[in-house]
Write a protein that binds this ligand. Sequence first.
Ligand code: URA
Length: 445
Amino acid sequence: MTWGGEAAGFVIQLFRGIRIVLASAIIERKRDSEELTADEIRFMIEGLVDGTVPDYQLSAWAMAVLCRGMTSAETAVLTDVMLSSGNVLERVSDRPRVDKHSTGGLGDKVSLVLAPLLACFDVDVPMLSGRGLGITGGTLDKLEAYPGYRSDLNQQEINQQLKKIGCVITGTTPDIAPADRRLYALRDVTGTVPSIPLITASIMSKKLAARLDALVLDVKCGSGAFMCSMQEAQGLASSLTSTGMRTRLQTRALISNMHQPLGVMVGNACEANEAVEVLCGAGPADVRELTIRLGSELLMAVGICPSLDAAQQLLAAAVDDGRGLARFQLMVESQGGRFVERLPVARSVAVLSTQTGWVNAIDGQRLGRSIIELGGGRRQQGDAINHKVGVAALVKLGDHVEAGEPLAHLLTDYADAESIRCQLAEAFVIEAERDEPQPLVLLSV
Ligand code: URA
């Protein structure tokens, strides 16, 4: 090696060493609960993207953030840095742009109903969604139950579809907030996902990249959700709304009840079928109510309606006269899917109650694990899923059941699903006295 080559190698090593020392100092400051500067946060995230800060230091930093938290100013900077690690979507029309984001829950098929419904009101809805991981399902998995449905549209295809029909539900393109993808992969394997500032920056960087005028967040609270307690859900809702409002994005959040599945069906094809039922003016009342409630926040925020009541009436009319369904079919077909009113599902096996009494609790974790065991959810990223399987949760909190009556149906391809049937039966807590169930929308933030 020449002298010049050795000198260059030495300088590179020195540069790397200095960065590692700097990253250590930043991790220690966060560990000691100090507020980080914008430059320090930028240093960590840019280092993650360009590889100059190693993964083990980023993991330690994420753990320090999980334990010590972040101020709202730090969270805003982190969101901004993640956003600027990639591109933003182009605005393709003068129409207002709106979106809804859910933190994920069992049976949550609201996006399938809401995106096409909103598009009936001259707004653009660029919904960049995700896949299911763990117990909560993903919107893309539900839509991919339509054979041929493409959830990998590029920016040009997203723009074309928005111009044509006003709504699109697809995966986040690789050039949107790439820092979030890298950081999430590290959080996923280091137990640092459940940090409110990290969740906030992750969600909001992707939503800000969609260049929206208004965003409504459905923060789920209960045993079938990420946030099990009201306190955690409120913390996340206010962190998300204040981060949105700082950037002048009109952001509202509803905290909704996930102490039981939304609707009846939990799975993929069966949830798409239930979404279509709702768009036909039928289906479970809770899915319709929550969809219309979330949608009305958006129509009001962008000035299409003067009040929530007026917006709710407009949205209900677009469900009842079939406009929402027609737009949904257009969206599925425009993304390559073969639309049918009823997708095939697996054979049904009844799960019977062994007791008589009142349904006072439904353990969402148990129910969600049953879906994974049936093959309808993922244990790890990249797992294949069976779209046809799922669970029909037939009883709701506060219902009375007799011993021998069905609590649920398993939709399964397995010849022997006995152990899953037992696990699912245990998810339903039946007691002699009735507890009053909580409302569907717990709080508006
Ligand atoms: N969803 C996201 O997009 N990011 C998180 O960190 C958690 C949920």
